[in-house]
Ligand binder design. Sequence first.
Ligand SMILES: [Zn+2]
Length: 430
Amino acid sequence: MLKVHPLQIFCPPLPIGCVYVGSGSVSFGLKPSVWLNPFAYSEEYALSLGSYRSFARIRPDLRSWLAPLGKASVVVCDCNSRSCGCHARVLLKLVQENGTQIEVCAVPELGDDRDCPEFEPGEAECDMVGALGSRSSNETTRGINVQKSVGYPSSWSLVISDVRAAPQRIFWEVFAGCAILITMFLERNWCCGPPMDVEIDPTFKLLNPAFLCVLLGLIFEGRVALLHVAPPCSSFPWAVNRWWRYAMLSRACPEGFWNPPVHRAEKVRLGNALAEFSLKLFRAQEKVHGWWQWEQPLDCLMFVLRDIHAFVYRVGVYLSEAYVSAFGAPWAKPTLIFANCEAILDVARASLNGTRTLIYLVGNAPCGRKWTAVAGPYWLEFAREWAKVWDSALSSEQVLAIPQVAGLQCFDTFPSLESRLVQQGFQPSG
Ligand SMILES: [Zn+2]
């Protein structure tokens, strides 16, 4: 019978039969486990267990993921007491639910679309079914629907292999928009991860917990040297909230007013969710001792949110205030950049007073688009100077160190058998 024991009761090394499922322990020499709870740093731990459970259940590889636990006798977690209520309990329950059928290398049981009442076979599907004899469902035909059933888009796999293929730790931009900052970092010789934005690929949706897990996983692997997140201002811009009639929230009530009209409530909910998910990414990045920077327009109220306020206003976090007009832009657009590295202070610029008239970003531009949209992307010269302040970081250990390998291994990145034999000086006989 599988049991949960806290790490506390052991001395290193862990005995045989124990499987560690926590987020890593230096004193035990334990790396972060593939079963760790990526949501553990959200404010409500109890809620995180729910997210963990749903995340586990939608995993396409659930059974192979659980398989090593099925073979273990004790699951070891990070808790301090025997009566822990952590994700290890969730794992235990999952193993019990799936336990009897667990085998290493088990073919995951995929739902057969044909059993679904709304299933309509596509063209290719009909051919295939015809060729194989109708209604036949063996291992081969079951594979046909993998894409449809699993809900794990191939674009995510591409992101994972892209990030893992980088020869050094990367600069990664989430909510990249038109990816101006990435272009500038590439110009300064950074390795950059693929830009993440729903505008670029509709499956890059941070509000999808499974996708958030993909990002968190790569961050926890230590692949990211500098994480840049600038969540859309959504319900937070001052441009909206300074008008009492349109306001959705205020400095005194940044989580949003009570009883707003439905469409406004939705926007507040979305804005809060994006802010909260960004915070999860930043916390993960800090946990693996990586750099992060968080940019928002000066008048955006996002930094007033309680948890975010506590995260950015503390020792070790630096704040730069830059007026884009100082970089030649025709509007002032003061911008705040928080970062956990002093280098960011070098991009701070005061506004140029009185030298020329600046455009006030309200209403429409001559082209008919809103001024806020026109001035949305980073001003080129500003982005260039911004990338430059990180130059000194490029040669540091934080960028050049080889990332630790955790999580699911990506086998095609390992050397081939031949090259390994050559490397070891192995002489085949006969
Ligand atoms: Zn525990």
